[in-house]
Design a protein around this ligand. Structure first.
Ligand code: THU
Length: 137
């Protein structure tokens, strides 16, 4: 699953629409049963409206009816910027990922993929004490 997700995220990044930042990001979500959804960042001439790769991937999955089962996420940043170091999901994406994960009661492993190293961290470690669906009950 790990290698497949990393390859899928790299492939998704090739469709990045990021003419303003020139910072391409790819994300791949792995679900129980093996389904994979990918996303890439989509920027806008109104800069603040950029959509992150992880959020696009969650939107694609949820628009297809997926509600939970999120086991693993791979996030790949550009090889030439930031020294090719692994990037972690931004704050908003952590919250968006948490919603989908919470629906299935999982704590997905996030693979932050750099040129030479992959950092593995649980979503709960990136977003402790999360506000989620249960908070509203
Ligand atoms: N970006 C992502 O796609 N995911 C993140 O977690 C961090 C940032 C995108 C947004 C923008 O298009 C570019 O990276 C530079 O911030």
């Amino acid at each position: 699953m790990e290698n497949e997700l990393i390859a899928a995220a790299r492939s998704a990044a090739q469709h990045s629409y990021s003419p303003y930042s020139e910072y391409s990001v790819g994300a791949a979500l792995g679900f129980a049963g093996g389904t994979v959804f990918t996303g890439t960042n989509i920027e806008n001439a109104s800069y603040g409206l950029a959509l992150c790769a992880e959020t696009v991937a969650v939107a694609k999955a949820m628009a297809d009816g997926v509600r939970g089962g999120l086991e693993m996420v791979a996030v790949v940043g550009p090889s030439g910027k930031g020294g090719g170091e692994p990037i972690t999901p931004c704050g908003r994406c952590r919250q968006v990922l948490n919603e989908l994960a919470a629906l299935g009661g999982t704590d997905p492993l996030i693979l932050c993929v750099g040129n030479d190293t992959t950092r593995r961290v649980r979503l709960s470690a990136l977003l402790p004490d999360a506000f989620g669906p249960a908070s509203l009950v």
